[in-house]
Ligand binder design. Structure first.
Ligand code: PLP
Length: 501
C-alpha cells in the first residue's frame, strides 16, 4: 500500500467507523454467531499475492462484524464499559504510525516524558495524594500498564521484593540469603476479600505466594472493614504465616463496593508491623472501574481517597469509564524505587548513557514486559479534548441515569428487589418470589430472557447465594431514553415470568 492508496483507504475507513458508531443502535448488542463460524468464511491460508484494500474492507463488514459484540452499543449494560472515543482513536492512529518498543527513555524520549506528565495530570485530576506524583515528596509516579491484572501483578512483585529486603537480614552470605528467601516465600500471604477481582488471586498464583480471602457480606455492603481485616491478620499470624500484600478495592466488580480505607488504616496501624515500618503490608488500591468517578470532587471526599497516602499503589483503567480505548491501565506508586528494585534486570544490549546518567525514567523497570506502546498519546488527546469539565459531565450524566434506573426498579416492588446500589452507575437487583429458591430461579430466567432479546446485554452474579442481575449505565452512547426502553424490556420479561410464560 503506497501513500496514495493509504490516504484513500484511511479516508474510507474513517467514514466506515463514523457510520458504525452512528448506526450502532440498529445492531444487536451481542454477536449471535456460533463457535467456529469464521474459519469456513476465510481462505485456508494467507493469500500468495497481496489483495486490494476494497476487498479486505468489504470482508470486515460481512465476516468480522457479525462476530463482534458491541461494547459501545447504548444497550450494553454488562460487566463494565470498555470505552472509546474519537480523540482516543486518533491517539491510537498516531501511536501505530510512530510504532516503537519504547522501553528506555532514549528509545523515544517523548513517549516516556509524555507518560510521566499525563499521569501526573491524571493523578491531580483524581485527587490522589501528592505522594503519587512524579514530582511529589516521596518519588512516586505513574506508569501505563495493559490491564488492571498486569498492574496488580506488578505491584505484588514489587511488594514481595520490598518485604524480602526489609525482613531478611542483610549480613547473610549469598547462599544463606537464598535459603532464607525460600523459607520466607513459603509463608508469605497475599490478601484480598471475597469481593476482590480475581486478578489478585491470579497474581498470587503466578508469583507462587499463598492467597487468602477475607469474607465480606451484605452486612458491610460487601466492603472490607477493620474488624474483618484484623481478625484475618491475627489468625494468619497465629499460624506462623506472613501477610505482605492486600488489595483493597474502590468499586468491586460485582457491586461497586468501596472498601473502608479509614478502617484498613486503623487496623494496620495496630498490627505488629504498622505502616512505615519494615515488614509493613503493601496496600494496593484496585480502582479499575470506579476510579474514573474520582474526577468528581464529591467522590474524592465520599471515598476518602486522601487516605491512600498511607498505602502503596493505586490503579485505575482509563479504558473502562473514561473515554479511552483499551488498553490504558494507569498504575501509580508511592515510591518508584520499589518498582525499580524489583523489576530492573540489566542486559548489555539495553545499556545507554542516558540510563547510566540516572536522570531519566526507563519504564521497562516499572513493568513486566520489555517493550511498550505509546499509550499516553491517546490519554493526552482525551484529557485535552474533553477537559476536566467534559469528563466530569460524562461521569455525572451516566451515574445519574444509573440512579434513575435504580429508582424505577425500586418502584416496582411487586417484581424486583434492589440488592445494592446504585453505586457508580451500577445497580444490582433480583426478582421477588415466595422463597429464595423461587427468587433465584426467576432471576436466572429473567437474565436469560433479557439477553435473548438481543437489544440489551446484562450480566448476572451471585451474592451470598442470591442470584442477581447487574445493570450498568456507563457506556458513553447510553442515554436516559435507552435505559427507559431497556427497563421496559426487563419489566415485560419479568411480568411474563410471574405469569408463568
Ligand atoms: N479489578 C476490577 C475491580 C475489575 O472489575 C476488573 C475487570 O472488570 C479488573 C480488575 C480486571 O481488569 P483488566 O481487564 O484491566 O485486567
Amino acid at each position: 500500500m503506497d501513500s496514495k492508496q493509504f490516504k484513500e483507504a484511511a479516508t474510507s475507513t474513517i467514514d466506515e467507523i463514523i457510520t458504525y458508531f452512528e448506526t450502532l443502535p440498529q445492531r444487536d448488542v451481542v454477536s449471535s454467531v456460533t463457535p467456529g463460524y469464521l474459519r469456513p468464511l476465510l481462505a485456508p491460508s494467507a493469500p500468495a499475492e497481496g489483495e486490494p484494500w476494497s476487498l479486505i474492507q468489504s470482508d470486515l463488514e460481512s465476516k468480522i462484524l457479525p462476530g463482534i459484540t458491541h461494547w459501545s452499543h447504548p444497550g450494553f449494560h454488562a460487566f463494565f464499559p470498555c470505552a472509546t472515543s474519537y480523540p482516543s482513536i486518533l491517539g491510537e492512529l498516531y501511536s501505530s504510525a510512530l510504532s516503537g518498543a519504547c522501553f528506555n527513555w532514549i528509545c523515544s524520549p517523548a513517549v516516556t516524558e509524555l507518560e510521566t506528565i499525563v499521569l501526573d495530570w491524571l493523578s491531580q485530576l483524581l485527587g490522589l495524594p501528592s505522594c503519587y506524583l512524579s514530582t511529589g515528596p516521596t518519588n512516586g509516579g505513574g506508569v501505563i500498564q495493559g490491564s488492571a491484572s498486569e498492574a496488580v501483578l506488578t505491584a505484588m512483585v514489587a511488594a514481595r521484593e520490598k518485604y524480602l529486603l526489609e525482613t531478611i537480614p542483610s549480613d547473610l552470605s549469598e547462599e544463606e540469603r537464598e535459603d532464607a528467601i525460600a523459607l520466607k516465600r513459603a509463608k508469605m500471604v497475599a490478601l484480598a476479600t471475597t469481593a476482590t477481582h480475581s486478578s489478585t488471586k491470579k497474581a498470587a498464583l503466578i508469583l507462587g505466594v499463598r492467597f487468602v480471602t477475607i469474607p465480606v457480606t451484605a452486612a458491610t455492603n460487601y466492603s472490607l472493614t477493620a474488624p474483618a481485616l484484623s481478625s484475618t491478620l491475627s489468625s494468619l499470624r497465629a499460624r506462623g504465616l506472613e501477610p505482605f500484600f492486600l488489595t483493597a478495592t474502590l468499586g468491586t466488580t460485582d457491586t461497586c463496593a468501596v472498601d473502608d480505607f479509614a478502617g484498613i488504616t486503623s487496623s494496620l496501624s495496630t498490627s505488629p508491623f504498622p505502616p512505615g515500618t519494615p515488614g509493613e503490608i503493601w496496600v494496593h488500591i484496585d480502582a479499575a472501574y470506579a476510579g474514573a468517578a474520582l474526577v468528581l470532587p464529591e467522590v474524592q471526599s465520599s471515598t476518602k481517597i486522601s487516605l491512600i497516602e498511607k498505602f502503596h499503589s493505586f490503579d485505575m483503567n482509563m479504558h473502562k469509564w473514561l473515554l479511552t480505548n483499551f488498553d490504558a491501565s494507569c498504575l501509580f506508586v508511592r515510591d518508584r524505587k520499589w518498582f525499580v528494585q524489583a523489576l530492573s534486570v540489566n542486559q548489555a544490549v539495553y545499556g545507554n548513557s542516558a540510563s547510566a546518567g540516572g536522570l531519566v525514567t526507563d519504564y521497562r523497570e516499572w513493568q513486566i514486559p520489555l517493550g511498550r506502546r505509546f499509550r499516553s498519546l491517546k490519554i493526552w488527546f482525551v484529557l485535552r479534548s474533553y477537559g476536566v469539565k467534559g469528563l466530569q459531565e460524562y461521569i455525572t450524566r451516566t451515574a445519574k441515569i444509573g440512579e434513575e434506573f435504580a429508582e424505577w426498579v425500586n418502584e416496582k416492588k411487586d417484581l424486583f428487589e434492589v440488592l445494592t446500589g446504585p453505586s457508580f452507575a451500577l445497580t444490582v437487583f433480583r426478582m421477588t418470589g415466595k422463597d429464595e429458591e423461587e427468587r433465584n430461579e426467576r432471576t436466572k430466567k429473567l437474565a436469560e430472557k433479557i439477553n435473548a432479546s438481543g437489544k440489551i446485554w446484562i450480566t448476572s452474579t451471585v451474592l451470598d447465594g442470591r442470584y442477581a442481575i447487574r445493570f450498568m449505565t456507563g457506556v458513553a452512547r447510553t442515554e436516559r431514553e435507552h435505559v427507559k426502553a431497556a427497563f421496559g424490556v426487563i419489566c415485560e420479561a419479568a411480568e411474563g415470568i410471574v405469569k408463568g410464560e
